[in-house]
Design a protein around this ligand. Structure first.
Ligand code: SF4
Length: 76
């Protein structure tokens, strides 16, 4: 996020060795959510960097893995 790129890394399942952030791109969460993702904290951090709700939701919806966490107060 220091590069002003939204990043789902903090709430995404591990195992890819952070390939995208290590290549200077934000994580899109392609591996799906971590076991206990702290969505509120991720949203707070994204907002601190100026990312809109729309941007956050767009990224969460991209691969569909986060759909079970949406609409339950986790992203609003
Ligand atoms: S988008 Fe996928 S491959 Fe890239 S850092 Fe995130 S989980 Fe890893």
């Amino acid at each position: 996020m220091e590069l002003m790129e939204p990043c789902l890394g903090p709430v995404t399942r591990a195992g890819c060795d952070s390939w995208c952030p290590n290549s200077r791109a934000g994580c899109w969460g392609c591996r799906g959510p971590a076991d206990e993702p702290n969505m509120e904290q991720m949203k707070k951090i994204m907002e601190e960097y100026g990312f809109s709700e729309e941007t956050i939701l767009d990224r969460l919806e991209c691969f569909g893995g986060f759909s079970s966490l949406m609409g339950k107060g986790n992203t609003k």
